[in-house]
Design a protein around this ligand. Structure first.
Ligand code: NAD
Length: 318
């Protein structure tokens, strides 16, 4: 048990609390620390999760801590190997993720300052939106090496693409492989050329217009959930994605996953956090993995890079 790791989830809203639950139920961590600025909420959720341990059968201890505006309470995250940042407002119907930029930048800046101070060796997984910009901001504020900051978006967008394909063809999700790159927004790049069903290219199974419908639904996957919920955004699939990334980092086995990572020359793109496939380990991103793309897909990825580059340079001033 002594070698099991400590992980912190900042923000005990829907995303953070379901992430903490998944991480605890994996039963691979020693401690999951859950924090929020709401008095009592993280402690209440932690107690509730700990009381589920005899039934679910996990030993991981969940600790809930309320943090204050001047960093009070952050001592609890000391020694964390991994920190997941979920603090921030979610979208309401009709909003784009970019509408959250200013308000969430203030929150993520405050959280990042405390992460840098209290967990200086952690690998950080960012999920707050707008994702690509908040990932860049976290690196700018913490000044951690770029490979130790990684954003969660591609895992989720890829899972949504896979689910859409499986539903359209009425096949098990396990038989479907898809990939989504680019930004977690309007310039998301679902990659049909990398999609297969039981090894058969998707392009052999569906006409181009049907594939395009699935691509569009994938790009709007988050908004579709927001429009139905009306009071918040998706959290089951998003938390599954962040928890899986944390597991890959904790296991240090070099799993290759679609994530938001610092791109430095791959695909002819440099100097930007962007959705790409990357090998994850205990040090964060071990390397970005390039995959063959069609000309149109590569052009779309380059377009996404320029769109997020412009926004990422703005966040330093927020
Ligand atoms: N990357 C993705 O794929 C993805 C997917 C879904 C949601 N999100 C984003 O995740 C974020 C959280 O979503 P949610 O559904 O959990 O929202 P939520 O409103 O349920 O929870 C957010 C929590 O953050 C807390 N918080 C605010 N300021 C804080 C601070 N300074 N320190 C600590 N905690 C603070 C709030 O008190 C609240 O409990 C949103 O920004 C949302 O847009 C990202």
């Amino acid at each position: 048990m002594g070698t099991r790791k400590k992980i912190t989830v900042v923000g005990a809203g829907f995303y953070g609390s379901t992430t903490a639950q998944r991480l605890a139920e994996y039963d691979i961590f020693d401690t999951v620390v859950l924090t929020d600025i709401i008095e009592g909420k993280p402690a209440g959720l932690a107690l509730d999760l700990n009381q589920s341990r005899p039934i679910e059968g996990f030993e991981t201890k969940v600790v809930g801590v309320t943090t204050g505006p001047n960093g009070e309470g952050y001592e609890a995250i000391e020694g964390s190997d991994i920190v997941v940042i979920t603090a921030g407002l979610p979208r309401k119907p009709g909003m784009s993720r970019m509408d959250l930029l200013e308000v969430n930048a203030k929150i993520v800046r405050q959280v990042s300052e405390n992460v840098a101070k209290y967990a200086p060796n952690a690998v950080v997984i960012v999920v707050s939106n707008p994702l690509d910009e908040m990932t860049a901001l976290t690196q700018q504020v913490t000044q951690f090496p770029r490979h130790r900051i990684v954003g969660q978006a591609g895992m989720l967008d890829t899972a949504r693409f896979t689910n859409n394909v499986a539903e359209a063809l009425a096949v098990p999700v396990a038989s479907v492989k898809t990939l989504t790159l680019g930004s977690h927004g309007d310039t998301m790049v679902p990659v049909p050329s990398r999609c297969t069903v039981n090894g058969t290219p998707l392009t052999d199974l569906l006409p181009a217009d049907k594939i395009e419908e699935l691509v569009v639904r994938t790009r709007n996957g988050g908004a579709e959930v927001v429009a139905l919920l009306k009071t918040g955004s998706a959290f089951y699939a998003p938390s599954a994605a962040a928890a899986r990334m944390a597991k890959a980092i904790a296991e240090d086995a070099g799993a290759v996953l679609p994530v938001c990572a610092w791109v430095d020359g791959q695909y002819g793109i440099s100097g930007v956090y962007l959705g790409v496939e990357a090998e994850l380990g205990a040090t964060g991103v071990r390397r970005v993995v390039e995959t063959p793309l069609t000309e149109a897909e590569l052009a779309a990825l380059k377009e996404a890079a320029e769109a997020v580059r412009a926004k990422q340079s703005e966040v330093a001033n927020l």
